[in-house]
Design a binder for this molecule. Structure first.
Ligand code: FAD
Length: 429
């Protein structure tokens, strides 16, 4: 009986958590291993935008399905996840970018998505408090936002209620293979038998898959986020403008970030697969600061032990909590206040950062592999995975239960990397 199959999920981010939930809904009782706490890494540290607009066309059907799922999640999971379908607005002062937005509305139209280009006066109607002029923007009313930590934990809690076992502070140390098929997952407490293993290990996936002979090119970049003091109710729209991105939370505070501005904390691991990233890195150089700091020195310290992997060995009990870039956040706050001066004296009350895992084409891998059979990879969400979380987890459950998903996943295969058949990244935001 299919439901008797043993499934072990590695990673308690939104992808692993939603996969666990949708597998339970299909009658399975998966085990989820999380090396730290669920939502401890990207899934609890992101901006919380649930956005369909501006995505790679390959992701649009999966994202539109996610949007439908998000709309019902608060009642389905039975928890406050701060879901708000208030729309998303991408602003620009660049005529070329505005043209790209216009082009993107054609893609949106072909999928029946409600994206449109707005001018200054329409912008003033959408968010009257914005006192800065913009050439225009891309607006999608059906987009939304949610609280990252609450949403991810709500999936875990609902999965647990339906019979999943969530093991916290329990790293997966490796996958056991017998006759070309997965048969178990090694942990410090012994080996767990498995007919299927789901690798949803986020920024650690490439490293985790390496001993299996799988070469997933994956890099990580550091993004910083802050929460402001509570402000007057201003907007339900998530906004991405030059120099600042923001969304207002249920308590009235804003999550703000610098928009397109990240750090690359160089490690020896950064060299792995770097040839795949060089071209797009150079094309986007202005968005990145490279840091040769603590992360690299730590690598040199562990060189003798762990040359190939470069990073910290997977297996330590921890949550990676990188340092936020306070200078970047200060600039973001300044830009935020310049856009919304009537909010008065807004301050930052806390800040944090997270490592975003990216693939060379900025598309995820969602794939049930044949070698080894039984390994399902769901990772590489490249800064878009919070929004995609529900549908990606559901697709994983469908791949295991039904052997296929109703959504076309052919752009998300693992083989596109070893075969060098992946496209250039689609870039709008
Ligand atoms: C600053 C920032 C802003 C972002 N903004 C947005 C946004 O607005 N909208 C959006 O859609 N996306 C956004 N993203 C991207 C989004 O957060 C990610 O794409 C998504 O959370 C990825 O989910 P995941 O489950 O794959 O990875 P993660 O959330 O990183 O989860 C992976 C988990 O696996 C665990 N793990 C790793 N190795 C092991 C092991 N060996 N054993 C056990 N556990 C292991 C880790 O501890 C981790 O908890 C942002 C990301 C960041 C960092």
């Amino acid at each position: 009986m299919a439901q008797g199959k043993k499934i072990v999920i590695i990673g308690g981010g939104i992808i692993g958590a939603s996969a666990a939930y949708y597998l339970c809904k299909k009658g399975y009782s998966p085990i989820l291993l999380e090396k730290g706490e669920p939502a401890g890494e990207q899934s609890g540290r992101n901006w919380g935008f649930v956005r369909q607009q501006g995505r790679d066309p390959a992701e649009v059907p999966l994202m539109m399905r996610s949007q439908e799922l998000w709309a019902g999640l608060e009642s389905e999971l039975g928890e406050n996840i701060e879901w708000c379908q208030g729309g998303n607005l991408l602003l620009t002062n660049d005529a070329h970018e505005l043209k790209l937005y216009q082009n993107w509305t054609n893609i949106a139209g072909s999928h029946g998505l409600d994206s449109k280009v707005v001018n200054q006066s329409e912008l003033a109607d959408l968010i009257p408090r914005i006192e800065q002029a913009f050439l225009g923007g891309l607006y999608t009313a059906s987009d939304g936002q949610a609280d990252p930590e609450k949403a991810t934990n709500a999936f875990c809690n609902a999965a647990e209620r339906l019979g999943a076992k969530i093991f916290r502070n329990r790293p997966a140390l490796g996958v056991e293979i017998q006759n070309g098929k997965v048969c178990g997952v090694r942990t410090a407490g012994g080996t767990l038998e498995a007919d299927y293993v789901v690798c949803a290990a986020g920024a650690w996936a490439s490293k985790f898959l390496h001993p299996l002979g799988l070469r997933l090119p994956q890099q990580r970049i550091r993004g910083s986020v802050a929460q402001t003091t509570v402000c007057e109710k201003t907007t339900d729209i998530g906004v991405w403008a030059p120099g600042v991105a923001f969304r207002q939370r249920r308590d009235g505070s804003f999550s703000i970030a610098a928009g397109n501005g990240y750090e690359v904390d160089f490690t020896l691991g950064s060299l792995r697969g770097s040839k795949h990233f060089l071209k797009s890195f150079m094309a986007n150089r202005k968005y990145f600061d490279i840091r040769f700091g603590a992360a690299l020195w730590k690598d040199f310290g562990g060189l003798a032990k762990n040359f190939v992997t470069g990073d910290d060995p997977v297996g330590l009990r921890r949550v990676v909590a990188p340092t936020p870039n306070s200078a970047r956040l200060a600039r973001a706050l300044k830009n935020f206040k310049a856009m919304l001066p009537s909010l008065g004296n807004v301050e930052l009350q806390r800040s944090w950062a997270g490592y975003i895992d990216i693939t060379p084409d900025a598309l995820p891998v969602i794939d049930a592999l044949k070698k080894p059979d039984g390994l399902v990879v769901a990772t590489g969400f490249s800064g878009h995975g919070f929004g995609l979380g529900p549908s990606a987890g559901k697709a994983v459950a469908e791949l295991i239960a039904d052997g296929k998903s109703p959504i076309d996943l052919s752009d998300f295969t693992y083989a596109r990397f070893p075969n060098n058949t992946y496209p250039e990244p689609f870039q709008l935001v």
